[in-house]
Design a protein around this ligand. Sequence first.
Ligand code: FLV
Ligand code: FLV
Length: 407
Amino acid sequence: MTTTPLTDLKDEPRIHFWAVPDLTGLDFDPLLARLLHEDPVTRVRLPNGEGHAWLVTRYEDVKFVSADPRFSRQAVYGRSITRVAPHFIPMEGAVGFADPPDHTRMRRVVGRAFSARALETLRGHAQSVMDRLLDRVEEHGPPADLMALVNRPFPLAMVSELMGVPEGDQPLMGRWTDGILTAGAGREAGERAKADMARYFTELIGRSHGTGQEFLAAVLADAVDEGTLDEQEAVGLAVLIQIGGAHAVRNNSANMIYALLTHPAQLARLRAEPALLPQAIEELLRYIPHRNAVGLSRIALEDVEVGGVRIPKDEAVYVSYLTANRDPAVFADPEEFDIGRADNPHVSFGYGPHYCPGSMLARIESTILLESLWTRFPDLRLAVPEEDIRWQRGALIRGPETLPVVW
Ligand code: FLV
Ligand code: FLV
């Protein structure tokens, strides 16, 4: 009989085929839940791309992989790694595919657009945009679809303002964003939407040179003029911020409303203790399964041990921020949605150098949305039983198709 050292066995975990089912409500992907508890550093094969990739699910391991420079985003570009989307979301040269120091150089430019002063200006603008949208909800009367009337237009207006996209072009931006951030529409539709939006931003940045304005397209144009960014990098940055800003908050904020409407005890507590709102938003961010499957992988530049398992050089690794947020080693009763949770170091905005640059804007938007909605409509309820809400299919970021409410 031969004996195999345990370390060798652990080098070759099985490969799980991840079919990525269309989930509904706030249901947690059952495969992800199982892997976190039973096979925390494992291998998966997703519906698109080729081969397999590693998947890391525990909180500490997720933070390790997303912050360690031996895992590269740049090395992902041009490789047909197994993935959920038929196409890659970032363009060539985009910040999502960059490693430090290039990554650091690109992020410094957008940092100006997300400065404390810029965010204060946006906060004032956000409240007036929200007030106008809620006027329209009131004029519409119950039942009204919040997705169409509020959750979609609000973040789209905010990120468009930040970017310098005129109001008249926002519907077009919305359509391109949906085309890019949908797995179900197919590769060609995704690539076409990406190319169309890239052409738009090339022109917008082109028109913004030397205008001295503060919107992001002008800041990017200045950075190109100064030689800090090349044009491809500037356009790639603009596309990622526009789509992330419009799409992620649209869906996540709709899921926040749904979570509160379907957890009446938590909603009642929040209504009774409005000072809990910031903490409630952090808990919503932790608890809501933001996306299907996993986003963009990294490549191991050398053999690296993660959670006691050796990940070989040149292999792709995914992390799941969703499972990290439910790791019982960090969060007590992780399956409970509890707005009383005070210690909440969730990783819903990622971790390490690629940490979401828009996290503070997302928090401002979600705060204004929840605060304004329940101030205006204290008796807000779903207009249909929760099982009748339809959820987006073939989505990367999860959310309802419509959110019909009465008040
Ligand atoms: O910006 C990214 C992102 C945003 C998001 O809302 C969900 C994601 O999974 C991702 C991602 O995987 C990579 C990004 O760059
Ligand atoms: O959902 C994804 C995503 C979202 C995003 O806003 C930016 C991204 O780079 C991505 C991505 O790379 C993969 C996704 O599935």
